[in-house]
Design a protein around this ligand. Structure first.
Ligand code: CMP
Length: 141
């Protein structure tokens, strides 16, 4: 079990000015932010990040959506980070997410679902290093 996970607050949440509330919820839930930045992903970067979904019916919409405005990418630290963070954000489809989860509170649909969280320790490492170099991640905090 690793203590870090990766998250991305998506354009819909930033457009709705919900990123402050979301970050507050993350911090209040015991996660430490050990790297963070706001970036506008290029189509090339988005396709690389979401390569695993290439060929799925929602892939084009996903790439268009995630590149239509800036996202906030961050690396988070907490014991049991991946699992705890997935509980905090709730199911991919906000209609199926538990009450009180970030997606239940802030997501509009399965496509525009406010936030991403890594689904495994391996993917947390891959996704963190996609966006941050090691000297940008403050592991000792
Ligand atoms: P995320 O956790 O970022 O991982 C992949 C994303 O693809 C997911 O959140 C959704 O935004 C999107 N996605 C997954 N399933 C569907 C779907 N059935 N229809 C539209 N978008 C989807």
């Amino acid at each position: 079990m690793s203590n870090t996970t990766f998250t991305m607050i998506k354009p819909d949440a930033i457009e709705a000015n919900n990123h402050g509330f979301i970050l507050e919820k993350i911090l209040a839930s015991g996660f430490k932010i050990i790297a963070m930045k706001m970036v506008l992903l290029s189509k090339y970067q988005a396709k690389k990040f979401y390569k695993i979904h290439d060929g799925k019916p929602f892939y084009k919409d996903l790439i268009d959506f995630i590149t239509r405005g800036p996202v906030i990418v961050a690396v988070l630290n907490k014991k049991n980070a991946v699992e705890d963070f997935r509980s905090l954000i709730g199911a991919t489809d906000p209609n199926k997410a538990e009450n009180g989860t970030i997606r239940k509170l802030f997501a509009k649909s399965v496509g525009e679902n406010a936030i991403h969280g890594s689904d495994s320790d391996d993917n947390a490492k891959i996704e963190s290093s996609f966006h941050f170099s090691t000297n940008e991640i403050f592991n000792e905090t």
